[in-house]
Write a protein that binds this ligand. Sequence first.
Ligand code: SAH
Length: 254
Amino acid sequence: MDRGRGKITLRKAVIRLIPLLWWLGCSLPTSTGCTTNTDSGYEGMSFKAARNRMVTEQIRQRGIRDERVLHALTTVPRHLFIPPAYRNQAYDDGPLPIGQGQTISQPYIVALMSERLELGGDEIVLEIGTGSGYQAAVLSLLAKQVYSIEIVPELMSSARELLAQLGYDNVTVLLGDGNLGWEKDSPYDAIIVTAAAPRIPPALLEQLAEGGRLVLPVVRGEEQHLLRLRKRNGRIVEENLGLVHFVPLVGGDS
Ligand code: SAH
């Protein structure tokens, strides 16, 4: 009888220890399995809570309605795409440096451009300007396959590695000049350019499928206009989505 009671007590003790061990594990700074849910350090709240607040206050309240886009921004751990020095600003309402003189776009702009691509889940998408890989990760949750081109080798390698590590398996990161697009896997249902183009790259219009959407910032005078171009019966229909501010799209002379 005594031995039996002892056994029950031991089992109870072990059961009580499990949550304590779990909590300890998740509290260690090196514990990666818990980072997206329990990492604290964002103005005292978890990254997940900061991300939820970002989506509500910066994105939903500014008029983004596509639930798939809202869900993608709620899901992708933006802080992991930001250099450690700026990580505690990952869910702030603005762009941030990502090294090599480049920036990750403001969350609202990522959401706006993603929504304007009108993705339902079956599309092949081309992105020009991989940068940190964050926009590519968001697109990977909205489309079937994403090709993303980056011109700076260091950014290309780190984004490729991070996206693979986080399991965004339907993203292919390529090194090259996005002005030329990526003919091999064209035509694309949607193309997004995340750097300001001095003119609309003709190769991107050629590689756009019939009915496809190209969303890109274009420099006009002193301003940058976010445009959506749609291919309809082989013709291009242009819409202006407003003023934006992006780093320049380089290259394009070949
Ligand atoms: N989408 C990125 C942010 C892009 S910043 C993100 O989510 O983090 C713009 C990026 O475009 C920079 O990384 C820059 O190196 C890249 N870029 C500029 N000109 C380019 C070109 N011609 N082809 C491909 N990438 C280019």
